[in-house]
Each structure stands twice: as structure tokens, then as C-alpha cells.
Design a protein around this ligand. Structure first.
Ligand code: ADP
Ligand code: MG
Length: 264
């Protein structure tokens, strides 16, 4: 009985010390790690290696989860679920190049344009998740939210925090550019941001508008040219075509629904 309690005390003592040193993986998995080591009769060297590897993995996982949370994605979308067979706009080689993200280091931009439902947001968010996993700082925003934060950053602490994070990002995803018209003042703020970021942050822009239609939603030809000029300098453009994935793969839950509506 005495043996058990002194073992408990030792464990408690180790956990206390692990906590003091912020070795949380070791603290939480201590019994398991010791049990495994005893079972497999591993060497002291291997045991220490396991402890340190466990801590490194734990910290990397935590940092990755934090990057994903702070990126502000609307929902999870992964590259592994992106069906290249459906998307005729990029081939496997280009997809691989996009996924390896070296273009983020080179501060290239990506403009994904095309009709709704063709996979622009899926690809953009999938690349964003991958970038978080690879250690990049990523921010996601719809154009509408971005314009709202830009307009209010001087007066609203939350908008300022969002914009500060965006300015410190390696990759900024701006979704749904051109869906809603924006005022000239808002367009000017957007232009300033694009100019500011062009040397330091990669951008992925998704839009339902062709370049010639940017004048229309920005309501200003000179501004549209200036923004596109900066965005397109180091940039690849992927034109999504074809049908909406949602319509094509529509799932219904009413069995034989059409039959019951049949006119006799
Ligand atoms: P868009 O942003 O072009 O309007 P989305 O990316 O939102 O389109 O795609 C609509 C839906 O279809 C999403 O649920 C998305 O996951 C799915 N989807 C679109 N294209 C693909 C694809 N190539 N592979 C897998 N899912 C896709
Ligand atoms: Mg979309």
C-alpha cells in the first residue's frame, strides 16, 4: 500500500514539474508513456527522445490549430476533397504546384474567377488550410467583411484587430469580390490595402466577374485598372468554367418525390 502511494506521489511530483516547464504532453500522457516504455523495454535514450518528440508534436499541433482558428475560415474545406475530375480549369500538375505553396513564398497572387458553384471557394479555403498546416499565417475574409473592417478600423477595436492580422498575414483570401457593388471611398480603401500588401502578402481572390466587369462593380474605371494592375503583376488567373457542382451533384431526400407530383 505504501509503495502505491509513493508511486502516486512521484507521478504527482513529475506532473507538477512538467507543468512548471510547460511540458503539457508529458504531464497529460505520463502514465501511458511510462507504461509503454516498460512494456517495450526501451532504452533511456529512446525514452527521452519519445518525451521530447511528444512535446514538439504537441506544440506544433497546437500552433497549427491556433493558425486555423485565427484565419477565420467560414467552414472547413480540404484539398484532399477537391475533385480534379470535376474541375476542368486546372490539371493535376498545376494542382500539385498550387498545393506545394512555394508561390506564397514568392508572393504571387491567385485570381479564381467564374460562375457560382464551380469550386472557387473550395479551392481557396483548401489552399488556406494547407497553408496553415505548413506554418503560414493566413486570413480569410469575404469582400463584404473586408470593406466593412476597412471602413471602421479607425473607430472599432475589433475591425482594427482584424486588419492588423490581415496586414501581418502571409496569405490573404478575399472571397466573393464583385458580388456586391462598392462605393468609390470603399474602392479607394481596397486599392490602398492591395498596394500596401503587394510586396509582402500573397492574395487569393475569388470573383464572379471578368476583368472587364471590375469597372462596373467598382464604379470607377481608373480605380479598377489601378487595382487590377497591382493584383496582376505577379499573378496566375484560373478561370473556372462549367456547371455548378451543387446542381450537378444535387442530393435530394424525398424518395420518389417527382412521381407524387405527376399530373394524371
Ligand atoms: P464557388 O465558390 O465557385 O461558388 P464553391 O467552392 O462554394 O463554389 O463550391 C460549391 C460546393 O461544391 C461546395 O460544397 C464545394 O465543396 C463543392 N465543389 C465545387 N467544386 C468541387 C470540386 N471540384 N470537388 C469537390 N467539391 C467541389
Ligand atoms: Mg464561393
Amino acid at each position: 500500500m505504501k509503495g502505491v502511494s509513493s508511486m502516486d506521489d512521484k507521478m504527482k511530483d513529475i506532473k507538477g514539474k512538467a507543468t512548471a516547464l510547460s511540458l503539457y504532453n508529458t504531464r497529460d500522457r505520463l502514465e501511458d508513456m511510462i507504461h509503454q516504455a516498460e512494456q517495450n523495454d526501451i532504452s533511456y535514450t529512446s525514452f527521452i527522445t519519445n518525451v521530447l518528440d511528444g512535446e514538439i508534436r504537441y506544440r506544433n499541433d497546437k500552433a497549427q490549430a491556433k493558425r486555423i482558428k485565427e484565419a477565420g475560415f467560414p467552414y472547413p474545406k480540404y484539398l484532399k476533397d477537391f475533385d480534379l475530375g470535376f474541375c476542368k480549369s486546372i490539371n493535376a500538375k498545376q494542382f500539385k504546384q498550387l498545393s506545394d505553396l512555394t508561390w506564397v513564398d514568392g508572393i504571387y497572387n491567385l485570381i479564381l474567377s467564374g460562375p457560382p458553384g464551380t469550386g472557387k471557394t473550395h479551392l481557396a479555403v483548401g489552399l488556406g488550410y494547407q497553408a496553415c498546416e505548413n506554418g503560414y499565417r493566413v486570413s480569410y475574409s469575404s469582400m463584404q467583411s473586408l470593406v466593412q473592417w476597412l471602413r471602421t478600423e479607425e473607430i472599432d477595436r475589433r475591425s482594427r484587430a482584424k486588419m492588423n492580422r490581415i496586414r501581418r498575414s502571409n496569405l490573404l483570401i478575399i472571397d466573393e469580390v464583385g458580388y456586391l457593388p462598392i462605393s468609390t471611398a470603399e474602392g479607394n480603401l481596397f486599392f490602398q490595402l492591395v498596394s500596401e500588401l503587394q510586396e509582402q502578402t500573397s492574395m487569393i481572390i475569388t470573383t464572379n466577374k471578368g476583368f472587364d466587369e471590375w469597372t462596373e462593380f467598382l464604379n470607377d474605371a481608373a480605380l479598377a485598372t489601378a487595382i487590377l494592375d497591382r493584383l496582376s503583376y505577379r499573378c496566375d488567373r484560373i478561370k473556372f468554367t462549367g456547371k455548378s457542382y451543387r446542381l450537378e451533384k444535387r442530393q435530394s431526400f424525398l424518395k420518389g418525390g417527382e412521381k407524387t407530383c405527376e399530373v394524371q
